[in-house]
Design a protein around this ligand. Sequence first.
Ligand code: ADP
Ligand code: MG
Length: 350
Amino acid sequence: MKSPASAEIQQAGFFSIFETMSQPFISLENVSKHYSEDSAAGVSTIDLVIKKGDFIAIVGESGSGKSTLLKLIYGLLAPDSGEVFFKGEHLNGPHEKLIPGHDSMKMLNQDFNLNLFAKVYENIESMLSNEDVEGKKQKALAMMGFLRIDHLANKKIVELSGGEQQRVALARAIITEPEVLLLDEPFSQLDAVLKTQFRADLKRLNDELGITIIIVSHDPVDGLTLANQMIILKDGKLIESGKPDQLYSKPAYIYTGKLLGNAFVLSSEAARKMGIKTKKESVMIYPEWVQLKSSWSSKGYLIKDVFFRGFYEDLLLERDGIEVIAMNPKPGIYSKGQKVQVVISNFLEF
Ligand code: ADP
Ligand code: MG
C-alpha cells in the first residue's frame, strides 16, 4: 500500500520509473584508493555490483574504509586504480568535473548545509528551479508531507531540533529526484526514538519511491533492519557481502559475527571442555545460542555479571577460566554470584 503522501508525490511528477537496464546500475571494478603511497589506509581492490532499488549498508570497524568507499561511489574521490561505473558509464572523479559528485546522486552530510535563518519551506523550495513556480510549490509541499514536516513549514531552521533539521536536509536532498541517496552515519546524532523514525523514513523512500539507498553505519542494527545487501569492510577490503540474515547466521569470518551480533569466540580446547566437538581452530557463538538452566550443582557456570538490555539481559558466565555470554530472555530471574547450567544450541566453526 502506498501512503497518500507518496501518491501525491508521484502526481507531482516525482520519480518516474526508469527503464530497467541490462548493465548493472552501479558497479565497482577492482577499485583501490590509498591516501598516501606508503600507507595502507584507504580501500583495496573492491569489486561490487549495486542494483537499482537496492538498500545497501556498508558496515565495518572504525577506519575500515566505509566513508572512503562511499565517496568513491559518489565520485567525491577518484580511484587510484580500477573504475566505478554508473549505468554502464565511467563515473567521473572530482578532477574530471566542475562540481564533484554525480548529478543523479545525492549525499546527505552530517553538517546539514541548511540556511539557518530561512524557513523550512524556503530551504526545500530553493533546491528547485524557478521555471515553474506553482509546480515548485506543489513539490515542496508534497515532500514536506511525505517526510511529515509540513507542520514546520514556516519555522526557521534555528528553531528546529537536530532530528527535525536532519529531516529538512533529507527533503532537500531528495526533492531534486536523485536516483541514489548516499548517507554517511546518518543515525549517529539521533536519540533512540528519532533513530527509529529516521530508519522508517529511509525505508519508505526506498520502498515507495524506489530510490537506491547506500548507507554507512557502524551500528549493525541499521544494516540488519534496513538493507537488502550488506557489505562488510575490514582494513579497506571487502571481505564478504550478502543478505543480512545470511551474513548473520552464516558469516564467513569471525569479524563479521562480532560486528553484526554480540558473538564470542572459544578456542577449540575451551570448546571441547564445554562438550562441543570441533576439529577447527575456534568456534563462534551468539549469546542467543546459549540456553540457561538453573543449577544447584557446584559444576555450574558462575554468573559474573548481568547486563540489562531492556526486554532481555546478557549474562557473563565463567567456568574453569572459560567465559561465555548468554542471552536471558527473562530478565530478573538470575543474579550475580549464582550458578547456572548452559546448553549450547548452535555454534559456528572457524
Ligand atoms: P571509516 O569510515 O570506516 O571509519 P575511512 O574511510 O574514513 O574509514 O578511513 C579509512 C582509512 O583511511 C583510515 O585509516 C583513515 O585514517 C584513512 N583516511 C581517511 N581519510 C583520509 C585522508 N583524507 N587522508 C589520509 N588518510 C585518510
Ligand atoms: Mg567514516
